[in-house]
Design a protein around this ligand. Sequence first.
Ligand SMILES: [Zn+2]
Ligand SMILES: [Zn+2]
Length: 153
Amino acid sequence: MSAEPHHHRPSAPSWSTHADEALSRRGSRASAARNAVLAALDSQACCASAQEIHARITTDGTAIGIASVYRTLELLHGLALITRVDTGDGVARYEPAHPNGEHHHHLVCNACGAVEAFHDGELEAAIHAVADRVDFRVDAHDIALRGACRRCR
Ligand SMILES: [Zn+2]
Ligand SMILES: [Zn+2]
């Protein structure tokens, strides 16, 4: 987990508003579970598993089954509203896919499993340069650097 500062433009709608509208356009009806999962995803700084999201939702006594969390995540992933992060331990973790392209990448520790977010402007520029050179329209990219975190070295 990391405390990356987030630069949200004040006028831009939140990711959850965007996701809620996209789901409704697809005919999916709002529910308490759906609202809770969207709110949880909106407030997380990096990726989280279904179990972590479920734990956070139910910590205040909210009664929502984990099956509803899995269903909502599947729906969101099918519509590309969230991205799945593979951290190598077989547990799928998810984070919002922002419509404005705002994103980060991940440092994954092979020893303790810690996942940390990082941003790098030069890396983004390099990806654009590669796309130009190979004449490919890049819609998305996933980058995870795997190794050992500070504590595990
Ligand atoms: Zn992340
Ligand atoms: Zn990137």
